[in-house]
Design a protein around this ligand. Structure first.
Ligand SMILES: *Cc1c(COP(=O)(O)O)cnc(C)c1O
Length: 375
């Protein structure tokens, strides 16, 4: 049995190595490293994959969030509603733009922003809601969309973890994650579900005015070279990364299936352990398992993680400290106890190895060891 890794990028590379070498070599030969044809081709293909009108690539997922917020023309002090239980990037870009992050607690089952608590966070300065489709499953977009419409808020979906997930509204309308709100963002960080071999990101929108603005902002605020209409940033997807993504996008469906199969294996092997809670599914969303995250009850999480480590099974804690308890965000004035669900989750969650290369032997070994810990 191969060594178990949290993410196995080498194994994945081995299977597409020849294609990657051929395509990247062609880019090296052409020397079109910036804005080469691979970039426009990738944007088009990703638009088709997501059934969205516009895809604008950029330098990374954090830039994508920043550019999305910049495109909304907000004023300093305007409020953006974000989950307390998330990766820090979401809060970081809001803070950098002098916007006010207003945090909302997590749903104890899905880990996503608790949409029922968003209403109380809305004020007359609220401008935007930034749900994060955490671990690969969509937030409660139906409730959030209704709230956004009622209060005239723009939704920016942080879709760094759920590319390819489908969300079905009660009227039967099925939409891809990241294309439901006004703007969606994603990341192609190597370990993401669609990862490149460096940094990369993209924004999605169906609104052509927003799309034009986003393209300008990502490119120094210019639509014509050396004429700058708005203040922008320099955030580009390299041609090399686009060439790699054009290959990997063809396999995204298979990659997602492999993740879902590993998740199904974990579910079945772990469902009957009373102190282990397998990830809850929201019936409105498919789950693309960026992470397979358990809740471990009775304060046994850290001991289990230690035990697994001793048996060469690496695991991760996403995330050990909610945003409101991070040192950098103390200025927001939150305190311990403000978001009890996020605080409890940060002590219970444990993410198991999850990637496209897990073998049945490895899954069997991992689940066996978890079972023996609880015996
Ligand atoms: C990875 C990630 C980001 C940031 O993406 P980068 O490409 O690393 O900048 C933002 N939000 C979430 C939820 C992420 O998982």
């Amino acid at each position: 049995m191969n060594t178990i890794q949290v993410v196995d990028l080498q194994g994945q590379y081995q299977r597409i190595m020849h294609e990657i070498q051929e395509k990247t070599n062609a880019v090296f030969q052409s020397a079109a490293f910036i804005k080469g044809t691979e970039v426009t081709e990738f944007e088009k293909k990703l638009s088709t994959f997501n059934s969205v009108n516009h895809t604008i690539s950029c330098g990374n997922g954090t830039d994508a969030l920043q550019i999305a917020l910049m495109a909304l023309d907000l004023e300093p002090g305007d409020e953006v509603i974000i989950p307390a239980f998330t990766y820090v990037a979401t809060a970081e870009v809001a803070a950098l733009l002098r916007l006010k992050p207003v945090l909302v607690d997590a749903d104890p089952e899905t880990f996503n922003i608790d949409a029922t608590k968003v209403k109380n966070a809305i004020s007359n300065r609220s401008k935007s809601i930034l749900p994060v489709h955490l671990f690969g499953q969509c937030a409660d977009m139906e409730t959030l969309s209704d709230l956004a419409q009622k209060h005239n808020l723009q939704i920016i979906e942080d879709n760094a973890q759920a590319i390819g997930a489908d969300y079905t509204f009660s009227n039967g309308q099925k939409i891809k994650a990241g294309t439901i709100g006004h703007i969606g963002t994603t990341s192609f960080f190597p370990s993401k579900n669609l990862g490149c071999y460096g940094d990369g990101g993209a924004l999605f929108t169906n609104d052509s005015t927003l799309a034009r603005k986003i393209s300008m902002i990502a490119n120094h605020g210019q639509s014509e070279k050396y004429y700058h209409d708005v203040i922008g940033v320099n955030s580009r997807l390299d041609t090399i990364q686009a060439a790699i993504l054009n290959i990997k996008l063809q396999y995204l469906h298979d990659y997602t299936t492999a993740r879902q199969q590993a998740a199904a294996y974990y579910d079945e092997a772990l469902a009957d352990i009373p102190e282990v809670k397998i990830p809850a599914r929201d019936p409105k969303s498919t789950h693309v398992f960026h992470q397979y995250t358990l809740k471990i009850e009775n304060s046994k999480r850290d001991a289990l993680q230690h035990y697994l480590k001793e048996h060469d099974i690496p695991t991760m804690i996403y995330y050990p400290l909610p945003v409101h308890l991070q040192k950098a965000y103390q200025y927001l004035g939150y305190k311990k106890g403000d978001f009890p669900v996020a605080e409890t989750l940060s002590k219970k969650v444990l993410s198991l190895p999850m990637h496209t290369e897990l073998s049945d032997d490895q899954l069997n070994y991992i689940t066996d060891k978890i079972r023996s810990f609880f015996k």
